[in-house]
Design a protein around this ligand. Sequence first.
Ligand SMILES: Nc1nc2c([nH]c(=O)n2[C@@H]2O[C@H](COP(=O)(O)OP(=O)(O)OP(=O)(O)O)[C@@H](O)[C@H]2O)c(=O)[nH]1
Ligand SMILES: [Mg+2]
Length: 129
Amino acid sequence: MLVKVAAGVILRNDSVFIALRQSNQHQGDLWEFPGGKCEPSEAVDAALVRELKEECGISVTEHSFFKTISHDYGDKQVELHFYKVTGFKDEPMGKEGQEVRWVTVSDLLYYEFPEANKVIVEALMAEVT
Ligand SMILES: Nc1nc2c([nH]c(=O)n2[C@@H]2O[C@H](COP(=O)(O)OP(=O)(O)OP(=O)(O)O)[C@@H](O)[C@H]2O)c(=O)[nH]1
Ligand SMILES: [Mg+2]
């Protein structure tokens, strides 16, 4: 099963907005960049805008493509399309009851992410050091 996903690295000043995946979700209890699966024939950036509205309550006004990561979890193959989100309306929150947090990019080191995210976290941290 190959799943195409759009995820947003929501940035403000030195910080990034992260969310804790619920225990019952795939890769549960790990931190993530909010986002979700693209619907059939939906453009990836349209999925990004839709998911960030649904999960975080923001309206994205400025985004740029960052990186695509393909990863095989064994039970699931994912193609993750990460975007930097640098402009948005309203304050992001956990609309689905998920725990959320603004953390400085250099503090990402202290959070546990799914395996596929390692490259993204390293790339973000490299930009600030
Ligand atoms: N949103 C998001 N998903 C990620 C990240 N890293 C990562 O491996 N994934 C994987 O990508 C897939 C995306 O799914 P999702 O669970 O967010 O999808 P969704 O919002 O449409 O949720 P749903 O299946 O509950 O409707 C999951 O298998 C998840 O484990 C990440 O940083 N953000
Ligand atoms: Mg999601």
